[in-house]
Design a protein around this ligand. Structure first.
Ligand code: ZN
Ligand code: ZN
Length: 68
């Protein structure tokens, strides 16, 4: 079993927030002001809520994704 609590090395993005592919394949195709569509940690599609003041994105695994 893998322990998901091992979050020490999870600060760096592993997946492209624009297309969900590994960053080794795509260095980032998302426009600067666009909300992310995929979790950069696990590559799962995010539930994005766009608001007049900005956006909120949530990964079903990692919870809310902070605006960068
Ligand atoms: Zn991409
Ligand atoms: Zn995630």
């Amino acid at each position: 079993m893998t322990d998901p609590d091992d979050a020490a090395a999870s600060a760096d993005a592993t997946f492209c927030p624009g297309c969900g592919r590994p960053t080794a394949v795509c260095a980032g195709c998302l426009w600067e002001y666009d909300p992310p569509h995929f979790c950069t940690t696990c590559g799962t599609r995010l539930a994005v809520l766009v608001k007049p003041t900005g956006w909120k994105a949530r990964c079903k695994v990692h919870g809310e994704v902070a605006a960068s």
